[in-house]
Design a protein around this ligand. Sequence first.
Ligand code: SF4
Length: 64
Amino acid sequence: MKVKIEPRDECLGDGICADECPEVFEMDDDGLAIVVNATPSEDLREAIQNACDECPAEIISIEE
Ligand code: SF4
């Protein structure tokens, strides 16, 4: 599984993804989300999917 935030400049900075799955998403110094683990283990899939579903900007994607 590969996780991306794209385009990152559309991030709204609400931190939802970082709350859902802090192992994969963090907020940077500019207040935008970054992916800190782009190839996470399967046990994080549900949390990542929640982040993806709840992202208001719809910019989180999961590739198999
Ligand atoms: S959930 Fe989406 S809009 Fe919110 S911080 Fe994460 S990437 Fe940005």
